[in-house]
Design a protein around this ligand. Structure first.
Ligand code: SF4
Length: 255
């Protein structure tokens, strides 16, 4: 099981001197379960807050469990808690949410400070619902993130189009040094939405697309469902993405 350094709701203390982040949880000795880096040992920094509200959201703690920590304090926790040494050994740092881009300026400051205490610059993956562009004053963030793991939401998320679909953010992200677009697929009809809304207008290249079956438990991710999405991916010349953490641990948190 993962090693928690901040559990959801554990830190009632607020330490927000200077720039701060709303943090939900931090855990290490875990594994990236999704996307092209599935299988990599990872540290997860989960930030609180989201502006969407997908009907199948499985990270409920981000709505009501948050501690506000200054950048200095969070870097100190990473250092003293042995997180920096794990990053130095090559564990990825996965910044997730919630919607991390709601806190993009503070994140930049945090990643710069973290680099200053690491021997080797950590490999940073940013999970991104892809509705908020990097703003022009925050261009430093591009150089701090190694992989943008974008996951734009489709209509089956139940989120209104105007909130979940932002061509400006999508198009900007597709030009990043490394950017992937992972779509949670509920059924056959989803492909038309991906193709018409993302690939045909040229916002996303086909080679950046991954299809991942929808499901939060092992029983929901049935072999038949996985097979259907895998075959859909091959048929449309894109990648299939599994959910390693569910295959191995079912719906246990913090793994
Ligand atoms: S974008 Fe992610 S965190 Fe936000 S509601 Fe959807 S699934 Fe939950």
């Amino acid at each position: 099981m993962a090693y928690y350094i901040i559990r959801p709701g554990e830190h009632a203390v607020e330490d927000a001197a200077g720039t701060s982040l709303a943090v939900c949880e931090v855990f290490a000795d875990a594994v990236q379960g999704e996307g092209v880096y599935a299988g990599c040992p990872a540290v997860f920094l989960r930030l609180s807050g989201c502006h969407l509200g997908c009907k199948w959201c499985d990270t409920m703690d981000i709505w009501n469990k948050s501690c506000r920590l200054s950048v200095d304090r969070l870097v100190g926790i990473f250092k003293d808690g042995g997180i920096v040494s794990r990053l130095d050994k090559g564990h990825h740092l996965v910044v997730t949410g919630g919607a991390p881009m709601l806190q993009q300026d503070a994140l930049t400051e945090f990643l710069v400070s973290l680099n200053n205490v690491c021997r080797n610059r950590p490999f940073v993956e940013m999970e991104n619902e892809c509705t908020i562009p990097v703003h022009p004053g925050n261009s430093e963030l591009w150089g701090l993130v190694d992989s943008w793991n974008n996951s734009p939401k489709l209509s089956h998320s139940g989120v209104p189009d105007a909130k979940r679909y932002n061509p400006e953010a999508i198009g900007q992200m597709s030009l990043a040094r490394e950017a992937w677009f992972k779509f949670v697929v509920g059924g056959e009809d989803d492909w038309a939405e991906i193709e018409d809304g993302f690939i045909v207008p040229g916002y996303v290249r086909r080679s950046q697309v991954l299809l991942m079956p929808e499901g939060q438990t092992r029983s929901q991710l049935s072999p038949e469902k996985k097979q259907a999405v895998l075959e859909m991916a091959v048929r449309h010349d894109v990648r299939y993405a599994g959910r390693l953490q569910i295959d191995v641990y079912d719906n246990r948190k913090g793994v």
